[in-house]
Design a protein around this ligand. Structure first.
Ligand code: P6P
Length: 351
């Protein structure tokens, strides 16, 4: 007969049990280091670089979540090189990412949606050991902040072109096709803050736990569903879409697909990644080349979706094969699961 006092269900036992995590706590840095042991291509220096992104993401998340309280929302008064009104948080997010990445000694070049030109981190004479290029959109969809809609950061990580490929220079380091990304991902500032990344070995999602200030593994080895239930497109532009897009969308509606569109790319792509379906930004009258940027919007999400078993094209070419000609080059985008992308390609073949 145990002489232990009967457990009072309303009170913890005198001896609090040893810490029992609801789930194993694996931070993104630990995950990368584990990857390193399994995949030699993912080096320890990469986890150091990624820690620059996660630090910046925590700082940006903290600001985004208090935007309305700090008069951080709204326009910052200036315009960025895109001619878009710069939101105050765009400026902050860009400064934070530039700082957090520039202090990583293995980062040589930084390119941002907010800056006209790429930036050499260490003046004009970077030390030869500098090896990474990071291209990013610090706060995509920032015009949604005023109305408390999810926004995101997107990033693409490349290696500098080796010198033997001709005179390596900053622009040739940045203007590489998406197939040469060594890693890519996004941060979604939504109902929770999530980091989703790939280093070419699957797609993994980490949720920021504000209680411990760490991104903790919450979605390991994400796979896009074979077939989803939603298509995601701004139907206001439908009359300007190419006929193949209109036929495709008619077919999806006939197959009882629903429609979901946030108007913030990272949110729309993240839902498509987790629930399946298709996200499109076709050419429109205002943006005949498409609206989204190839290097720092389409390439990262295309790498992610392909690693999760989906596909991404500009309507005709695989996004990751498109040779960039300029840093802020736009592209149209069709991104989704196998079933939806097969259906799109059938529509193109019938043209
Ligand atoms: P539209 C946000 O401004 C953005 O660049 C993407 O995040 C988003 O997918 C797209 O534009 C929305 O554009 O024309 O539907 O408002």
């Amino acid at each position: 007969m145990s002489n232990a006092a009967p457990q009072d269900p309303d009170h913890a036992p005198d001896e609090a049990p040893a810490f029992a995590a609801e789930r194993p706590i694996l931070t993104v840095q630990q995950h990368i280091l584990l990857e390193q042991t399994r995949f030699p291509g993912v080096s320890g220096e990469f986890s150091w670089l990624l820690s620059g992104i996660t630090l910046a993401a925590k700082m940006i998340s903290a600001r985004v979540r208090r935007a309305g309280l700090m008069d951080e929302s709204g326009a910052g008064g200036g315009q960025n090189i895109q001619g878009e009104i710069q939101q105050k948080l765009d400026i902050y997010a860009n400064q934070v990412l530039m700082h957090c990445l520039a202090v990583r000694e293995n980062v040589a070049v930084l390119a941002s949606e907010e800056n006209e030109h790429p930036q050499l981190v260490d003046g004009d004479n970077p030390r030869p050991e500098y090896s990474y290029v990071v291209v990013f959109d610090p706060l995509d969809g920032s015009s949604n902040i005023d109305v408390n809609v999810s926004v995101g950061t997107t990033f693409s990580i490349l290696r500098r072109r080796p010198v033997e490929e001709g005179e390596a220079d900053v622009m040739s380091d940045v203007l590489q096709p998406g197939s040469r990304q060594v890693a890519a991902g996004y941060v979604l500032y939504g109902s929770s803050t999530m980091l989703v990344y790939t280093a070419g070995n699957g797609v993994h999602g980490f949720t920021l736990d504000p209680a411990i200030g760490a991104f903790v593994l919450s979605h390991e080895n994400i796979r896009i569903p074979e077939r989803g239930k939603y298509y995601s497109v701004n139907e206001a532009h439908i009359d300007k879409f190419p006929p193949v897009c209109r036929r495709y969308l008619d077919g999806l509606r006939a197959a009882n697909y629903g429609s979901r569109y946030v108007g913030s790319m990272v949110a729309d792509v993240h839902r498509t990644l987790l629930k399946g379906g298709v996200f499109l930004y076709p050419p429109t009258a205002a943006n005949p080349e498409g609206k989204l940027r190839l290097l720092y919007e389409a390439n990262p999400v295309a790498f992610i979706v392909e690693q999760a078993g989906g596909r991404a094209s500009d309507g005709h070419r695989r996004i990751l094969d498109i040779p960039p000609e300029s840093i802020h080059q736009r592209t149209s985008l069709v991104l989704g699961g196998p079933s939806e992308m097969d259906a799109y390609e059938r529509c193109v073949a019938e043209e």
